[in-house]
Write a protein that binds this ligand. Structure first.
Ligand SMILES: NC(=O)c1ccc[n+]([C@@H]2O[C@H](COP(=O)([O-])OP(=O)(O)OC[C@H]3O[C@@H](n4cnc5c(N)ncnc54)[C@H](O)[C@@H]3O)[C@@H](O)[C@H]2O)c1
Length: 260
């Protein structure tokens, strides 16, 4: 359990907060005393959120759609009455396969959700964060945002781009006291990574168990991250404990130096 004083009264918007890492981040922020709101593109996920985290307002929005993001921030104004923290968590795995097999539409969709979605949300968040308390943006990158990832070029390229966005915004907004950091999770255990492992096993013609083992072995600590590991870093990066931390690529990957 986190101490409720870490983020007491801070207003946070978490994108893709209905499940996976975003849900765990939202849960941790609430435990740490924040007033949270989430968006997600999945209405069934948002309905489940009401059971999981009663009192957390959910808004149906695809972060890659400019009009839906505008609606989301209007909802956030109503629900939170301002904004102190944006967690740009939404991201999709993108296509798996050799570069010559990738479809342009899959490449563009990956960049659109993983990169443009963060831009669209940051663009509307910044004027609100200027009025906020100890404002911060957290952009979700990946270990694939500082390492190459064979067979996942679209995903890796999008996550490297997130680092460029993060460092640029940190430089642009630092004089106003707005901090901007990226989190780089290693493989996080859960349904998403199991789907990625299955797709990779199929693409390589290898047994699923063999590919799964390579994902746990790739970290020096010998296990995948948990969503909670990532949530703890998000709480730290958003809190006053990180008051002099900005423009950083914060890895939570058990020391991963090459990706499967
Ligand atoms: N799971 C991992 O191993 C891992 C590792 C490194 C980085 N990440 C990053 O962490 C973030 C969260 O990953 P996850 O594993 O929880 O994802 P996930 O695939 O479990 O999806 C979580 C949520 O994202 C929502 N979502 C998908 N597209 C959306 C969109 N366009 N707009 C709004 N919501 C959308 C889904 O509906 C779902 O509820 C992503 O940015 C991902 O790239 C994940």
């Amino acid at each position: 359990m986190l101490e409720s004083r870490f983020l007491a009264g801070r207003r946070v918007l978490v994108t893709a907060g209905a499940s996976g890492i975003g849900l765990e981040i939202t849960r941790a922020f609430v435990e740490a005393g924040a007033l949270a709101m989430v968006c997600d593109a999945d209405s069934a996920g948002l309905a489940r959120l009401e059971q999981a985290l009663p009192g957390v307002h959910g808004c149906l929005a695809d972060v890659s759609d400019e009009a839906q993001v505008a609606h989301l921030f209007a909802e956030a104004d109503r629900s939170l009455g301002g904004l102190d923290i944006l967690v740009n968590n939404a991201g999709i795995a993108g296509p798996t396969g050799a570069v010559e097999t990738l479809a342009l539409a899959d490449w563009e969709r990956t960049l659109s959700v993983n990169l443009t979605g963060q831009f669209l949300c940051a663009r509307l968040a910044v004027p609100r964060l200027r009025q906020g308390r100890c404002p911060a943006i957290i952009n979700m990158s990946s270990a694939a945002g500082h390492l190459g990832m064979p067979g996942r070029a679209a995903y890796s390229a999008s996550k490297w781009a997130v680092i460029g966005l993060t460092k640029s915004l940190a430089l642009e907004l630092g004089h106003e006291g707005i901090r901007v950091n990226a989190i780089l999770p290693g493989a996080v255990d859960g349904p998403r990574i199991q789907a990625v492992i299955a797709a990779k096993a199929q693409a390589l013609g290898q047994p699923v168990q063999e590919v799964a083992r390579s994902y746990t072995r790739q970290a020096a600590l010998g296990r995948m991250a948990t969503a909670r590991d990532i949530a703890h870093m998000a709480v730290f990066a958003a809190s006053d404990l990180a008051a002099h931390v900005t423009g950083q690529a914060l890895a939570v990957d058990g020391l991963t130096q090459a990706l499967s």
